[in-house]
Design a protein around this ligand. Structure first.
Ligand code: NI
Length: 135
């Protein structure tokens, strides 16, 4: 199937650099692999069960309208599952927020996905491990 899509120039340029580094001949093949990887990560994340402790790293553009307020509101909604937050003013434009989470994977996942959906958020990465509690 053939689709067309619009992307920010910067994202496409970065993607092309990665494809070149990896020796891809075709951008379509690169996009297919990236989509498969996205789906695999999603399925993997949905298969995990139980109590987890995790670290969520979020990079965002603090000048993007509303992103800081929304990020704060989401964290207040999930405050029961947040143990610590560290904020780093990474560059003039970008902030890094590192959130330590603990609780049922359901909440860890919901929080991660709500943040991923925010406009102005450039990068989200979750790493988690069983927290050793069977509650
Ligand atoms: Ni900052």
């Amino acid at each position: 199937m053939r689709i067309s899509m619009s992307l920010p120039r910067k994202l496409l340029n970065e993607f092309d650099v990665v494809l070149k580094d990896r020796g891809y001949q075709s951008r379509s093949k690169g996009i297919r692999d990236a989509l498969k990887d996205y789906i695999i990560r999603y399925k993997w994340m949905n298969q995990i069960e139980g109590q987890r402790i995790g670290v969520l790293s979020v990079i965002y553009d603090h000048q993007y309208t509303g992103v800081m307020e929304e990020l704060t509101a989401i964290q207040h909604d999930f405050r029961k599952y947040i143990n610590a937050v560290m904020h780093v003013h990474m560059t003039e434009e970008y902030c890094l927020e590192v959130i330590v989470l603990k609780g049922d994977v359901k909440y860890v996942r919901d929080l991660t996905e709500e943040i991923m959906r925010l406009k102005g958020v450039e990068h989200v990465k979750l790493t988690s491990t069983p927290s050793g509690e069977n509650m």
